[in-house]
Ligand binder design. Structure first.
Ligand SMILES: NC(=O)c1ccc[n+]([C@@H]2O[C@H](COP(=O)([O-])OP(=O)(O)OC[C@H]3O[C@@H](n4cnc5c(N)ncnc54)[C@H](OP(=O)(O)O)[C@@H]3O)[C@@H](O)[C@H]2O)c1
Length: 227
């Protein structure tokens, strides 16, 4: 049975990843800050294990890795993240805001990835995913504001690109995936895709990923997203 680690699996895109992998019989390691709702645990079934993960707490990030020591991971999906600066003007952004989002969206996924290197090496698929955003793309994004969110996801993409080069010798495939505009709490449920639609396609991209795609930013439909 393959194993997937998902951060932020308690709702939105992360929960949908958990549902779909669990339905296919995968072992799901759900690294959640907020626990699953009881009904979701029942739906996910006995192959799901929940671990406490708070991206703002370095000890919590390290604890997830420590608890998984010796446990092979096929696919790790660093999904937990947020973006609440859509309406903020530049002068309204303060250091605390910057630190919080950069820690959650950029540092925590990178730190956890480095701490589970041996787990990924032991897995068959050796695939490390981060959930990126069109907002990180200089080439295509025309939206306004989201200053810190854009910076956090662009930096995350660069970290993944560097990891792709660093971990190429042992065959790790590092993917920055864009989920599309998805109906979750983050978008006030106003996206163009349902979580099921986005995640079904993202899982295909993950399943079909090749070493040549490592370090790339890829859309949910498989197209390359310009940097
Ligand atoms: N929805 C979209 O259109 C869209 C587009 C591009 C990228 N994304 C990315 O997709 C990912 C998932 O977002 P979503 O749309 O599914 O939004 P969501 O429903 O708001 O879910 C966000 C998830 O991230 C978790 N999270 C946030 N801060 C955390 C922290 N400090 N520690 C641990 N977990 C934390 C949340 O946990 P709590 O419940 O504990 O808050 C929740 O599980 C995010 O990285 C987001 O940037 C989404």
């Amino acid at each position: 049975m393959p194993t997937v680690l998902i951060t932020g699996a308690n709702r939105g895109i992360g929960l949908e990843f958990a549902r779909q992998y669990a339905a296919e019989g995968w072992e799901v390691l759900a690294a959640n800050r907020t626990p699953f709702k009881p009904m979701d645990i029942v739906d996910l079934g006995p192959g799901t294990r929940e671990l406490r993960y708070d991206g703002l707490n370095e000890a919590s990030v390290a604890d997830v890795a420590a608890r998984l020591k010796g446990h092979a991971i096929d696919v790790a999906i660093m999904n937990a993240g947020y973006g609440d600066d859509q309406q903020l003007a530049p002068e309204e952004i303060h250091e605390a805001h910057w630190q919080r989002m950069m820690l959650t969206n950029t540092w925590a996924p990178f730190r956890l990835a480095t701490l589970i290197e041996e787990n990924l090496k032991a897995g068959e698929k050796k695939t490390l995913v981060e959930i990126s955003s069109l907002a990180a793309s200089n080439g295509t994004y025309t939206g306004k504001r989201q200053f810190v969110y854009r910076a956090s996801k662009a930096a995350l993409n660069q970290l993944w690109r560097s990891l792709a080069a660093e971990w190429k010798p042992w065959g790790c495939i590092c993917l920055a995936l864009r989920p599309g505009l998805v109906q979750t709490r983050m978008t006030d449920y106003a996206g163009e895709l349902l979580p099921e639609e986005s995640v079904t396609q993202l899982r295909q991209v993950i399943a079909n990923a090749t070493p040549e795609q490592s370090g790339m930013h890829i859309n949910y439909d498989g197209a390359t997203v310009p940097w």
